[in-house]
Design a protein around this ligand. Structure first.
Ligand SMILES: *Cc1c(COP(=O)(O)O)cnc(C)c1O
Length: 409
């Protein structure tokens, strides 16, 4: 159980200070109209989250609905290839196929206790939208999902899932018509109906207290890894924890309970797209500057005059021009090591895992696997890779990659 009184004035790697800052990053930069809502959330989220009745319902759903604990799998053939010991944390086996459901359940249960009647969410590839629509169906709550018009076309199966689940999918038609525009639309909708609506943010981004709240809901990942590793190796501590970072929620969950253990190396992998300096990338720590995006101060990919730069990644879940403030702090202090992987490297890593272990990963998760090629690993290392999701949604991309290889040979 997490100590809810452990906020301190300076903040820690895990938790922000009372104003929502992790070091220089975080805070709550919001329009006046949302002030009351964000204040209400801030003053009540910890008390609600750690109330025994809430925990009972949350834990029961994680177990019987999501299928937790997810396995910690010793990947023997992958380990042999890198001459070390590699465990995969199988978030891909969760209901709806990724880690996002952990947070969606937590926030919908919280919204119910705040007396909210309606849920809104933003989504890029549709994974967070599907997770949120799923929990709203389960609980019989109205759900509206904002999605860029371009993404609606690209992600038809997830749009169909959301509709079948009873959610209303509203196209965002401004800007590049992708995730950041959908986020702007969702914020606008929230401003129009702040009292009855809860906005379920899908990653460790947004104004305080969202980053801390989402990190706590996802921290179940590292909570499980600790006892699972103890069972398998006799020690709770790995040498490395590796996760991909879009906004950073699966990484925050995988890192959380190891952040105070200095001997555990924290490795985050961002999407380099066509290459960090190609102009087609989403490697925020490498390219970003401090700035405010979607309610908090963090690192943001932007032009000299502060316009947000269009990101690119082959994986929709990593295609975001910002990063959660916790990660900006881990980067700035050096507590976390930030690597990046290109589209092509990630495709290769996805095929390698599939052939060595019989597991088709999400393209996002494949980025995390690329760290294995970049780190100097020893046979005595014990590495945990967070496999954030399954690859079903990426099959058409994988098929195209196979056709390309076939046509070149
Ligand atoms: C959405 C998504 C991500 C990226 O989001 P984070 O908040 O950075 O975790 C990573 N992996 C999968 C499978 C996703 O669906």
């Amino acid at each position: 159980m997490i100590n809810i009184t452990s906020f301190n004035q300076k903040g820690t790697y895990k938790q922000p200070n009372i104003f929502g800052y992790y070091g220089d990053f975080g805070g709550a930069y919001i329009p006046e109209m949302l002030h009351r809502n964000v204040e209400e959330l801030k003053s009540r989220y910890l008390e609600i989250m750690y109330e025994p009745g809430f925990q009972q319902e949350f834990q029961a759903l994680l177990k019987d609905y999501v299928g937790r604990p997810t396995p910690l799998f010793l990947a023997e053939r992958l380990s042999k290839k890198y001459n070390t010991t590699i465990y995969l944390k199988r978030e891909d086996l969760n209901h709806t196929g990724a880690h996002k459901i952990n947070n969606a359940i937590g926030q919908v249960l919280l919204a119910q206790r705040l007396g909210k009647k309606r849920i809104i969410a933003e989504t890029g590839a549709g994974q967070h939208g599907v997770a949120t629509a799923t929990v709203c169906a389960l609980k019989g709550i109205e759900c509206v999902v904002y999605m860029g018009e371009v993404d609606i076309e690209r992600q038809a199966p997830n749009v169909a899932r959301m509709k079948m689940l009873g959610a209303k999918v509203v196209p965002a038609t401004s800007g590049s018509k992708t995730l950041k525009d959908a986020t702007n639309e969702a914020i606008r909708a929230w401003i129009n109906d702040p009292l009855e609506t809860h906005y379920v943010i899908g990653s460790v981004v947004g104004p305080h207290p969202y980053p801390d709240m989402v990190a706590r809901f996802q921290s179940v990942i590292s909570e499980e890894v600790r006892w699972q590793l103890k069972e398998k190796t006799g020690s709770e501590l790995p040498t490395h924890v590796i996760a991909c970072v879009g906004g950073g929620s699966n990484a925050a969950g995988a890192f959380y309970h190891f952040l105070d253990d200095d001997n555990v190396q924290i490795i985050a992998v961002e999407a380099a797209g066509h290459g960090i300096n190609s102009g087609m990338s989403a490697a925020t720590t490498q390219l970003g500057k401090p700035g405010v995006l979607h309610g908090s101060k963090s690192l943001v990919m932007q032009t000299a005059d502060g316009q947000v730069v269009e990101p690119h990644s082959i994986s929709a879940g990593l295609d975001y021009p910002g990063i959660g403030p916790m990660h900006a702090h881990l980067y700035a202090t050096g507590r976390g090591k930030f690597l990046s992987a290109t589209d092509n490297e990630s495709l290769a890593a996805a095929f390698q895992l599939t052939r060595l272990e019989g597991i088709i990963p999400a393209l996002e998760s494949a980025h995390a696997l690329c760290a294995l090629d970049q780190l100097k690993l020893s046979p005595r290392d014990v590495i945990v890779v967070c496999l954030s999701g399954r690859g079903d949604k990426d099959l058409s991309t994988y098929m195209k990659a196979m056709e390309n290889v076939a046509s070149q040979s």
